[in-house]
Every structure is written in structure tokens, then in C-alpha cells.
Design a protein around this ligand. Structure first.
Ligand code: AMP
Length: 258
């Protein structure tokens, strides 16, 4: 969709090379995206990767791909069941999966990491993996929902997320109310089928919101203390938010450089 190399290396844990190999960047973007369910992480990851010509690395997509391929290892089956309920999968598994994909992190094309880390243990593990690779995260972008959306009743948030549809092929995300596809059920970008994520069902959404507050939200402060956090208001169109992120990153880079 973006003309970016395939993410075969990410999906196949380094056993397959991406094609074409991403061209080297003088300063590859290495970003982490944080945001509550519904803040638009997946959409922003896609737009940012197009702008920065980096690779979208999503841990959630690894579990969805494993589910679609009917992965049969007991550990993966348990992980998929946890995902369908909206819970986090066990962290030993997710950390091992990211570790196996170290080549994607060191890739000279850069990356936008979406969905990892999700708690402090994972953040520390990521730090260790990056230190072993002698690379560092440029910034952690926190997509912050506007106050009025944070105050919405849970029912309304659940209703909104229930309208989300994802392309089975290129993973583009649509919203039936705010950003519907041109043709019902069909992806505007690649023409493939749109589906509803199993964890976009009301009960799983409620669990995901709670998990975000209990586990992931503390990472905002964690990365703020490290001087890595770039806070971005997640209101407006996807393109407006993307532009805000790009400006925020420029400012962050110049602040770090001075
Ligand atoms: P996402 O696509 O990032 O919303 O992730 C979908 C689901 O995959 C999550 O609700 C979790 O069940 C699982 N998952 C993805 N990334 C992680 C992670 N870093 N740690 C634990 N579970 C994860």
C-alpha cells in the first residue's frame, strides 16, 4: 500500500528477508507509538511510516497473523485466546517474539513500533534489546485523546470502537462513522475484504481500556522522565494528527541536539 518493502522479516521472525531491502537512511526513524484503544495508533503508524519511509512493526498484527494461520503451538493458542478477550498475552512470549525480530529493530530503514512495550517490564526488556543492538529509540509518541473524549461514557467509546474495520491484507483501518470505506466492506487501498477485529467486541474493548489504564499508561511518565516522550493531541483528521506528530518530532530532535 505504501510502496514500502514487505514486512516479511517481521512476520517470519528474520527467517525471510524483506523485499526489496529498505534503502539505508542517514538517520533512520526509530519510534514507539503509545495510545489508548481508539486513539488511532494503527492509522498513525501507517501514515508515519509512509512519511518517514520506515517500517510499521506491530506486535498485535503478529498475533492476528498467527490466529489467521491457525497457529497450533499451545503457547500461541493461549496467547490468541487472551488477545480475543482483550487481555495482554504473557510477556515472556511477546518479549521473546520481539527479541527474535531484532533484525527489524536494527534495520537501517527505521521503524515505528506499535503495541510494544505495553508495560514497564516490556519497556525495560526493549531497552535491553536495543542496548545489545547499540541503537536507541528516537522518541516515544503518545497519542493523547482530547479531554472530552476521555470523559466519554465507556458505552460511547465501546460503540465507536465497534465501528472499526480492518483490511485483511494491507491492514488499513476504517471507521464506519468517521472514515468509512468508499465501498462497503472493501478496502479503499487494496480492494481486499474489511473485517471487524475479534477484540473490537464490546466486552473485549472494556477489558482493553482497563488494561491500558492499569498497565500501559504508566509508560507515559516512564518515557517522560527519560526525556523521550512527545505528547500529541489525537484530535482532528488522521492527516492533521500525522502532521502534528512530524512537527513534534522535529522539535524533539532540535531540543535534543541543542
Ligand atoms: P494491538 O493490535 O496493538 O491493539 O494488539 C492487539 C492485542 O494483541 C492486544 O490487546 C494484546 O492481546 C496483544 N498484544 C499486542 N502487543 C502486546 C504486548 N506488547 N504485550 C501483550 N499483549 C500484546
Amino acid at each position: 500500500m505504501s510502496g514500502h518493502p514487505s514486512r516479511d522479516g517481521w512476520y517470519a521472525a528474520g527467517e525471510v528477508d524483506c523485499f526489496p531491502v529498505p534503502p539505508p537512511r542517514e538517520r533512520p526513524s526509530r519510534l514507539v507509538l503509545l495510545g489508548a484503544p481508539g486513539a488511532g495508533k494503527g492509522t498513525q503508524a501507517r501514515l508515519l511510516c509512509e512519511s518517514l519511509r520506515a517500517c510499521h512493526l506491530s506486535t498485535g498484527e503478529l498475533f492476528r497473523a498467527a490466529r489467521d494461520q491457525c497457529a497450533s503451538s499451545p503457547a500461541m493458542r493461549a496467547a490468541i485466546e487472551a488477545m480475543n478477550r482483550g487481555e495482554l498475552v504473557p510477556e515472556e512470549l511477546v518479549i521473546a517474539m520481539v527479541r527474535e525480530r531484532a533484525n527489524c529493530l536494527r534495520c537501517h530503514g527505521g521503524f515505528v513500533l506499535d503495541g510494544f512495550p505495553r508495560n514497564q517490564t516490556q519497556a525495560i526488556a526493549l531497552d535491553e534489546i536495543l542496548a545489545e543492538l547499540h541503537i536507541a529509540i528516537e522518541a516515544v509518541v503518545y497519542l493523547e485523546l482530547p479531554q472530552e473524549e476521555l470523559e466519554l461514557p465507556l458505552e460511547e467509546i465501546v460503540a465507536r470502537l465497534s465501528g472499526r474495520r480492518t483490511c485483511v491484507d494491507c491492514r488499513a483501518v476504517f471507521d464506519l462513522a468517521a472514515n468509512p470505506p468508499t465501498r462497503s466492506g472493501v478496502c479503499d487501498y487494496c480492494g481486499e475484504r474489511l473485517v471487524q477485529r475479534t477484540d473490537d467486541q464490546p466486552e473485549a474493548i472494556r477489558v482493553r481500556m482497563k488494561v491500558f489504564e492499569a498497565e500501559t499508561l504508566s509508560l507515559v511518565e516512564f518515557y517522560e522522565r527519560l526525556g523521550k516522550l512527545v505528547r500529541i493531541s489525537a484530535s482532528g483528521t488522521p492527516e492533521q494528527i500525522r502532521d502534528r506528530v512530524l512537527q513534534g518530532l522535529d522539535r524533539n530532535v532540535s531540543e535534543v541536539a541543542t
